[in-house]
Design a protein around this ligand. Structure first.
Ligand code: NAP
Length: 267
C-alpha cells in the first residue's frame, strides 16, 4: 500500500514543492488540494506525466468543500490517509504586510482580521475535521501544520516585526488550534506538529491574484541588520529540510512547534 499524503494549498509556493518532492518518492500517492484546478497552472506543469498525484478542489473556508475532497481522497485510497499537511494560508501579499496604522479605517482593519482568521485559523479546524476519519484509518496518523516563526511572540520580538498584524495574529491562533488537536488526538496515537518553513522565496509561482512580493527581500535585509542568520531559501531547500523533520517525527513530538532546519526560527 503506498504512503498517502494530502497537501492542502498545493497550487503554488511551498505546497506545490511538497507535491513535487513527495510525488518523486517511491511508493507514494499524493493528493494536491487546490482552490481551483483551472487556476493551478504551476501545479499542472509540475505533475504533468505523473500518475501518483490526484488533484482535488477545496477552499479551507468552505467546510463542505473539504468534506467532498476527503470523500474523493477516500475513494482512491480505500478510506485511508497517512499524512495531512495543511499549508494553505491567505496569500495576498499586499494585505499580509500591513501594520495597525496601515488600514484606512477600523472597519477595514476588522474585516481584514476576520478574513485572515477564517483562512489561517478556522481553515485548519475545517481541514483536520474533514480528513480525520481517513487519518484515523491510516497507518501514520500524522498532521503537519505549516506555521511560521512569526506566530511565536519571542521570535517576533527578537526579529522586531511590528507589522504583519493580521497574519501574525491569525497564525498564532492556528498554532493554538494545533496544540488543542495535538492534546485531543494523542490518546489515539496521532502526531500533530507545526513546522515553520523559514524565509522562502515563492515569487516564482505567484500569480496576478496573489500579487508580487517585494517585502520578503526587505525582511531578509532587516533580519540581517538585526544580526540574525535567517536568509531567503528556495522552496526546494526549505521543503527538503521540512521533509527531513517530518520523516523523523515521533509520537513524543506531538504538540511541538518546530523550525524546519532543526535549529531555530531565526537561524
Ligand atoms: N514563504 C515564506 O517565507 C513563509 C514563511 C513563513 C511561513 N510560511 C507559511 O508557509 C505556507 C505557504 O506559504 P507560501 O509562501 O508558499 O504561500 P503562497 O505561495 O502564497 O501560497 C499559498 C497557498 O495557499 C493557498 N490558499 C490560499 N487561500 C486558500 C484557501 N482559502 N483555501 C485553500 N487554499 C488556499 C493558495 O492557493 P491559490 O493558488 O488558490 O491562491 C496557495 O496554494 C503558509 O502557511 C505560510 O504562512 C511561508
Amino acid at each position: 500500500m503506498p504512503t498517502s499524503y494530502a497537501i492542502i494549498g498545493a497550487s503554488r509556493g511551498i505546497g506545490l514543492e511538497y507535491v513535487r518532492q513527495l510525488a518523486g518518492r517511491a511508493d507514494t500517492v499524493v493528493f494536491a488540494v487546490v482552490r481551483s484546478k483551472q487556476r493551478s497552472r504551476h501545479l499542472d506543469a509540475v505533475i504533468s506525466g505523473l500518475n501518483n498525484v490526484h488533484v482535488v478542489e477545496a477552499d479551507v473556508v468552505d467546510f463542505a468543500s473539504l468534506q467532498r475532497a476527503a470523500q474523493e481522497v477516500g475513494a482512491v485510497t480505500g478510506g485511508k490517509l497517512d499524512y495531512l499537511i495543511h499549508n494553505a494560508a491567505r496569500s495576498e501579499r499586499s494585505l499580509a504586510y500591513r501594520g495597525f496604522d496601515d488600514f484606512p479605517s477600523m472597519e477595514e482593519l476588522d474585516a481584514d482580521f476576520i478574513d485572515a482568521f477564517k483562512v489561517n485559523a478556522l481553515g485548519v479546524v475545517h481541514s483536520i475535521t474533514a480528513f480525520l476519519p481517513l487519518l484515523r484509518a491510516g497507518t501514520k496518523k500524522t498532521v503537519v501544520f505549516i506555521s511560521t516563526g512569526g506566530a511565536d511572540p519571542a521570535t517576533v520580538i527578537a526579529a522586531g516585526v511590528a507589522k504583519m498584524v493580521a497574519y501574525g495574529t491569525t497564525k498564532a491562533a492556528a498554532l493554538m488550534i494545533m496544540t488543542k488537536w495535538a492534546l485531543q488526538l494523542k490518546p489515539e496515537g496521532f502526531t500533530v506538529v507545526s513546522i515553520a518553513p523559514g524565509l522562502v522565496d515563492t515569487t516564482g509561482t505567484m500569480d496576478e491574484l496573489s500579487g508580487t512580493d517585494g517585502e520578503s527581500k526587505k525582511s531578509e535585509a532587516n533580519f540581517k541588520k538585526g544580526g540574525h542568520k535567517i536568509r531567503q531559501q528556495t522552496p526546494e531547500e526549505s521543503v527538503t529540510m521540512q521533509l527531513q523533520v517530518i520523516d523523523g517525527l515521533k509520537l513524543s513530538d506531538t504538540g511541538a512547534h518546530l523550525p524546519h532546519n532543526g535549529k531555530g526560527f531565526l537561524d
